[in-house]
Design a protein around this ligand. Structure first.
Ligand SMILES: Nc1nc2c(ncn2[C@@H]2O[C@H](COP(=O)(O)OP(=O)(O)OP(=O)(O)O)[C@@H](O)[C@H]2O)c(=O)[nH]1
Ligand SMILES: [Mg+2]
Length: 200
């Protein structure tokens, strides 16, 4: 698959479980706790400054954003979890919407789970990782904000995160600030789009 990254747009913002687009197009889903860097990662992958809005008020909107990538696939920015300031009502809205989405049918769906490298996997992250493993869903992990660590801490944090993941799950250190990991993530995405689960 070849993609023209000049040809991307936010096409759909969904706050209701019955409004998902049909699952014929492949989807790359960006999942992670609030503030982990999902929107920044999407912007970096697509070489855009502000296609996905980098938030100043985390956890405020419970919507899924679908970005059309060259008419061939969707990048899906799902709302972040684990933001301390949200009400129980908003939390249950988050669960209902994301759960419905992640269970909705799609021919090819890859989840990119983001985990802050410096913070390490939180309790919520571990729940999400358990869920992904149980779903037998193809997924990869991006360790975000890698630029925040010095060399020694970087190596230690990456090794610790590796330990927390089942073997065979791709793990890519990433920084939206320096561009570290962008190429490697695209390789994973392309290999998924072209070959499927086995080549991950
Ligand atoms: N140093 C550094 N900061 C980053 C990086 N990526 C994101 N940030 C910062 O982290 C904050 C949150 O980034 P977002 O991309 O909005 O995170 P998000 O996961 O989309 O947040 P929500 O949409 O609220 O769930 C912003 O202040 C970003 O500038 C990174 O790679 N390095
Ligand atoms: Mg965001």
């Amino acid at each position: 698959m070849k993609l023209n990254l000049q040809n991307t747009a936010l096409t759909l913002t969904v706050g209701n479980a019955d409004r998902f687009p049909d699952g014929r197009r492949p989807q790359i889903v960006f999942s992670g706790r609030s503030n982990v860097g999902k929107s920044s990662l999407i912007n970096t992958l697509l070489l855009r400054k502000a296609l996905a809005r980098v938030s100043s008020s985390p956890g405020k909107t419970v919507t899924l954003n679908f970005y059309d990538v060259d008419g061939k696939l969707y990048f899906v920015d799902i709302p972040g979890y684990g933001y301390a300031g949200v009400s129980p009502q908003e939390k249950s809205r988050w669960s209902e919407l994301t759960d419905a989405f992640l269970h909705s049918s799609c021919d090819r769906r890859l989840i990119l789970q983001l985990i802050d490298l410096k913070v390490g996997p939180t309790a919520d992250d571990r729940m999400m990782l358990d869920w992904l493993a149980a779903m037998e869903q193809p997924y990869a992990v991006a360790a975000t904000k890698a630029d925040k660590l010095n060399k020694t801490d970087f190596a230690a944090a990456l090794a610790a995160l590796r330990e927390a993941l089942p073997s065979g799950v791709p793990l890519v250190p990433f920084s939206a600030k320096t561009g570290m990991g962008r190429e490697e993530l695209w390789k994973i995405l392309y290999s998924f789009l072209d070959g499927g689960k086995a080549s991950l």
